[in-house]
Design a protein around this ligand. Structure first.
Ligand code: 8YV
Length: 327
């Protein structure tokens, strides 16, 4: 019988996923779920045929350089691949895969939840009730803004952007988007979406802006201080993509000064660290990177990782190979 590939998994995954991995592979699991240190990741890369990292493992050039020659595949548990040095992997002939598609709807749900939460002051209201300070209903207390009839600008009209657009339309919002290229005409038509070739011009006209693009060298601080200043003061920002796409320091400053109405953030520039000034603001809703955190989604992600590994070790092209030049 062929020797089973050594698959090193860096974090605790759902039981069903781990059980299946143990059946199929020589799986080395991390039962205590503590993120691996840089040194531990190097050790892992020296024994693994396949490495299964998550967003919390920075697989940099150093780790890839020190990996043993047996490491052929990095099958990431997640869709974003900004934690992996793709160039270094390619230079070493290591294939990289991710798990696109299965967390689209969950992430779009969470984006919609954040959008509603920030515009309708959900977290603030909840804090008020819990504090015991609620003095009762008043006609002018806890007023937010309606989202019905408002313009949503989606930055990044991929799978998640489109799933968000479908939801937002059901809530009566009009859809605007900026993307490197226009989406297919039938998709644009279905979403009744307006394409803005100029991001700057779109930003200046929106009521809500949602970040749904990946973090790549081209999107790092895409919402720079200059661009944030184009937003109108009543605009809300929602981010379920990656913190690095927004200049968090500039955003925090503008939120404190009321130059932007509010923000719903599921991701941060230096996770798990959060700018302490953000924590003091009432007009923000802050979540601990839980956009795709559903039991069903995590199992689907695990299954996708398994299919990618299995296909690869059987000598075929894995379905979710990441090609860095396409990002
Ligand atoms: C995951 C994510 O929780 O897939 C992504 O890109 O950010 C999240 O959905 C995480 O990445 C798992 O590694």
């Amino acid at each position: 019988e062929k020797k089973k590939p050594i698959v090193v998994v860096t974090r605790k995954l759902p039981d069903v996923v781990e059980t299946r991995m143990m059946e199929l592979f020589d799986a080395r699991l991390n039962s205590d779920d503590a993120p691996l240190t840089h040194a531990q990741l190097i050790e892992a890369a020296q024994v693994a045929d396949v490495l299964v990292p998550t967003v919390t493992d920075r697989i940099d050039g150093d780790i890839i350089e020190k990996a043993g020659p047996q490491l052929r595949l990095i099958a990431s548990f997640g869709t974003g691949v900004d934690h992996i040095d793709l160039k270094a992997a390619r230079a070493r002939g290591i294939t990289v895969t991710n798990t696109p598609g299965v967390l689209t709807e969950d992430t779009a749900d969470m984006t919609m939840a954040l959008l509603l939460a920030v515009a309708r002051r959900l977290a603030e209201g909840e804090r008020l009730v819990r504090s015991g300070q609620w003095k009762g209903w008043g006609p002018t207390t806890m007023l937010g803004h309606r989202i019905w009839g408002k313009r949503l600008g989606i930055l990044g009209m991929g799978r998640i952007g489109q799933a968000l657009a479908r939801r937002a339309r059901a809530f009566g919002m009009s859809i605007h988007y900026h993307n490197r290229r226009r989406v297919y005409p039938d998709v644009e038509k279905e979403l009744e979406a307006t394409y803005w070739e100029s991001l700057d011009q779109m930003l200046a006209r929106m009521d809500v802006v949602s970040i749904n693009c990946p973090h790549t060298p081209a999107t790092y601080h895409l919402l720079s201080e200059r661009r944030l200043k184009l937003l109108r003061p009543h605009c809300y920002i929602v981010n379920t993509s990656r913190g690095e796409v927004i200049d968090e320091t500039a955003l925090t400053k503008m939120l404190s000064k009321g130059e932007i109405a509010g923000a719903g953030l599921d991701v941060f520039e230096h996770e798990p660290a959060v700018n302490p000034k953000l924590l003091r603001l009432d007009n923000v809703v802050l979540l601990p990177h839980m956009g795709s955190a559903t039991i069903e989604g995590r199992i689907d992600m695990g299954e996708k990782v398994i299919i990618n590994i299995k296909t690869f070790v059987d000598g075929h092209a894995p379905p979710d190979r990441v090609i860095e030049t396409l990002l």
